[in-house]
Design a protein around this ligand. Sequence first.
Ligand SMILES: [Zn+2]
Ligand SMILES: [Zn+2]
Ligand SMILES: [Zn+2]
Ligand SMILES: [Zn+2]
Ligand SMILES: [Zn+2]
Ligand SMILES: [Zn+2]
Length: 508
Amino acid sequence: MSVDMSSQASDSNEEDFGANSEEEDDEDDGAEEEDQTDYYEGVAGDVEQQSADSFDPEEYQFICLSYKDSQHVLTEEVNTVAAALKVSPSVAKLILVHFHWQVSQILDRYKSNSSLLLSEALVQLSSTCRSVTAPQALQCGVCLQVVWRDSLLALPCQHSFCKACWEQHCTVLVKDGVGVGISCMAQDCSLRMPEDFVLPLLPGEELKDKYRRYLFRDYVESHFQLQLCPGADCPMVIKVQEPRARRVQCSRCNEVFCFKCRQMYHAPTDCATIRKWLTKCADDSETANYISAHTKDCPKCNICIEKNGGCNHMQCSKCKHDFCWMCLGDWKTHGSEYYECSRYKENPDIVNQSQQAQAREALKKYLFYFERWENHNKSLQLEAQTYQRIQEKIQERVMNNLGTWIDWQYLHNAAKLLAKCRYTLQYTYPYAYYMESGPRKKLFEYQQAQLEAEIENLSWKVERADSYERGVVGGEGELSASDRGDLENQMHIAEQRRRTLLKDFHDT
Ligand SMILES: [Zn+2]
Ligand SMILES: [Zn+2]
Ligand SMILES: [Zn+2]
Ligand SMILES: [Zn+2]
Ligand SMILES: [Zn+2]
Ligand SMILES: [Zn+2]
């Protein structure tokens, strides 16, 4: 039996958090008897149960909230703070935004120094900055028109301006996409304008709606436990107990992303490093372009070979030589302890050489990692095609009463697990690129090589199984029970390698 964590998460409601946080506490205590929860749909739990070490380092509890549900979460916290601090809900919102919605921290700070809290949150002037006394002249400070005293409006700072000027100020800023950040018009005054001050100043419902949308965005973005789904036009909000750089998936649009930075999920690399890497790749895309080769020559018989599967273990169709697509080395040396394909050998003497030589070396190093990063990305795409074929084949078989969905599920699971493992492998390369040399890097490279070897073994077996199913190899049309057992064993090994690497190197 397997549990799909994302759907489990989306089905949960607020009350589930109590149970979830208990589970998280267990995790922190290092309890090994964790549930076999897995984040990829259908990855068989019974395969993983063979393992004594079933702890999943990526396990992360989250819930997906609709727009309405997340409004509800926010409103509750607003009411708590407004009641405790005796401020209006719209002022409470500004305070909450400033302190990232850490309600208990706000209440503590308020108890120890209430005016410091209010001035830090820019809702009250600080004691060092004197408030202007009520205006003597009945003149707007912006347009200089003389107006009736009651047509002048001011925040608690008493900087008074006419209604028309405030209106224009707010309209311009909202049209620019500003929400929470609208502040007083007076120079050097940074007092924030609460939403109940701004809303009546906005002409028309359309602009008011826009403003409400920007406010909602700012509330969610500033909340330490919430994150907007980065999917196109998706209104869903992810809620977690403890913010971490972990994989979350939207239950509405299925977008997968890192909770902390909202980029593509990137374990074992951390958020800052992956951003640096992706920027570098974008900047250097010209340099790197030449390496995207679809064909290479067999290192033994020189026949031109096209790569049309994801597996990097190649077999020459002519001379049957087994070699590695990445380094063109003999496959026999891959997966052994001499496996060197994923490791970049740095020149230890490079600091003593010319600037030019150093620049050349830096480029060589970058291209080495980039090529592997790119290649695994391509493999993922090719393996997605294999997965698609497997899906179709299973459908067809089930339709023709050749077994049930359950009979063929292992193939589906193998292809899913392969994608999950290769995805992690791809993201080990930016991690290794920025890692300082030393014993920790050595251990990382060792585990990376082990993971890589097992993934290619798995990919090889999945491709064979797919070919058997298609009748390409042997024409039997069915895998034997031992082949199937072999495949399931390989799945288990690859996933364990992946977990070991993440357990040792992905913590945030
Ligand atoms: Zn004015
Ligand atoms: Zn002011
Ligand atoms: Zn979404
Ligand atoms: Zn991240
Ligand atoms: Zn050959
Ligand atoms: Zn190789």
